[in-house]
Design a protein. Structure first.
Length: 201
């Protein structure tokens, strides 16, 4: 009889344990690595130039199987803009362009993700010079052994953000289209409430 009671107790214990809801692991938080880059391409008087944002912060929380819980939060220090031309870099700091004295940061924050036949896409709010525009951000996510990579290319119209006032609004002087190229190398870290990483070069 004792054996029967013992077996019943074991079965009840096993059933209760099985009935407990599984505890979901948090969506991975990633730390930005030094090889990450944020570049931009434009044209001035018909000639192409390439620049970069040398200093930016990123908090990347992402799982392609849990898009509703994922997020990208990036801030860019506009004083670090580097187009490999000192005169142009100085002009970009002024009120006609980025007005860095009043708007030192640009921000990029996702509001939703979706998977499409062409790949992963985020809808995000990009804020530059106090103006916010909802943009579509297609990207490639490549998980790896300890290091994941995120790559993207998106075209922006600089006039959407008030960049290039007065005579600079003429796209024969500076093209309206600016291509932004993103390459992030990321490693998973223990989730924390603070900023995940700082990129400085």
């Amino acid at each position: 009889m004792r054996a029967v009671h013992l077996m019943a107790a074991l079965l009840l214990s096993a059933a209760a344990h099985a009935a407990r809801p599984a505890v979901a692991l948090p969506v991975p938080l990633y730390s930005l690595q030094p090889a990450s880059t944020l570049q931009f391409q434009g044209t001035q008087q018909g000639e192409r130039f390439v620049g970069r944002v040398a200093a930016f912060d990123a908090r990347i929380t992402f799982d392609p199987a849990r898009l509703a819980e994922s997020s990208f939060d990036v801030s860019m220090q506009l004083k670090s803009l580097d187009s490999r031309n000192a005169e142009r870099d100085q002009a970009m700091q002024t009120a006609d362009w980025f007005d860095v004295a009043r708007h030192p940061l640009a921000t990029f924050r996702t509001v939703a993700f979706r998977s499409t036949p062409q790949g992963l896409v985020a809808d995000a709010d990009l804020t530059i010079k106090g103006r916010t525009k909802r943009i579509v951000f297609p990207f490639q996510w490549q998980p790896g052994a300890g290091v994941a990579t995120l790559d993207a290319r998106v075209a922006l119209d600089r006039l959407d953000f008030g960049l290039g006032a007065g005579e600079w609004a003429d796209d024969s002087l500076v093209g309206r289209r600016v291509d932004v190229l993103v390459h992030l190398q990321l490693i998973p870290v223990v989730p924390s409430p603070g900023p995940s990483a700082v990129k400085k070069k």
